[in-house]
Ligand binder design. Sequence first.
Ligand code: LLP
Length: 422
Amino acid sequence: MHHFDYKNGVLHAEGVDLNAIAREVGTPVYVYSSATLERHYRVFKEAVGEKSHVFYAVKANGNLGVLMTLAKLGAGADTVSEGEIRKALAAGIPASRIVFSGVGKSADELAFAVEAGIYQVNVESEGELEVLSKIAEARGKRQAIVLRLNPEIGAGGHAKITTGGAANKFGVSLGEAERLYIRAANMPGVAIKGLALHIGSQIFDFAALEAAFRRMRALIEKLAAQGLPASRLDFGGGVGVPYEIGYPFDYGTDSLQTYGKMVREVTQGLDLEFGFEPGRVIAGNAGLLLTKVLYLNERADKTFVVVDAAMNDLLRPAMYEAHHEIWPVRQSTGTKRAYDVVGPICESSDTFATARELPELKPDDLVAIMTAGAYGASMSSTYNQRLLVPEVLVKDGEFAITRPRQTFEELLGTDRAPGWLA
Ligand code: LLP
């Protein structure tokens, strides 16, 4: 059951020796496990009920191989840009299983979504409602929508990923939701189906989620009493995963049973279509970032281990002070030392771990930065003119490069000299 595990003292991904991937693809490289993705999708789907729609949040990991793996299981997609809609379609997720969220969808993006015939637009403001209705009407269509509610309850692993609070930019306010719902019901280009919310990410406080879900349900019931029955509720994503994992690996799906039970309680007696937008809980523990030790820099009071991955490849520690386990690829029972694990980028925030107890490391050793499958590659950049790292998908002892390492031609080839300097 452990898809990342040591075999003969060497870390493997579904039976593939990580040394072999490093040899063939080089480092740094993201490695994803198909079996983990599949398992998490199934466990989630079972927890929230087989009849529910699971719209995987593409932003967590939009790699084509990852999306195709989930598409094959029947997953839908939660998208936040035209690029994500296109990516989902390219992976074989039909438009009829795509929802489009986000506070700032442009008119062009909305037109693209309407023309593609997507399942649902999660509308976040009155302005967006007006623009969308006009766009759809002009095309002789009525776009199915839900209103994203700001329930004034936020939660999440970090202030920067909390979205449901009154101070956060997301959704329409509780006070305005009823008026906007009625307004939407009278617009020619939209068909209002219900409500949506998403209060934050990396959430273990299911009481906060439950309270928000209850607010959404109360509003749905109030509207139904006025002759505006809803047919859909979208509960967003947000379920947390453990980052401080021990060995053997804990994939963190136990919490899904608790989550599913809570959802069943909150939705008791409602005969509606339910949608969910999980990202991290599907992809987080399905990926690792494989990186190589370049140098040790010994100081009087500490030792820096400089690896070849950097904050541009995995931004989470720098951006959210996020903890990621670091596992040596060669298992060791020897004495441990405290290391600061850092990347090559020219700023001090390029730090993956501080005073981390690890077995003795030396140049050329490989280490795996764990739980990097969600918001890893998808948040990467070319800062310091570093090449985007490759992504590899493993399945049953085989692996495929689902995104090759960017080349210097690609990196330099997109820039253009201004005419007056050419
Ligand atoms: N639905 C909506 C509307 C969202 O905004 C998000 C994530 C999700 C679903 C998926 O949430 P999840 O199940 O993954 O928690 N970069 C941050 C996380 C940002 C989450 C943004 N929204 C991180 O690395 O922790």
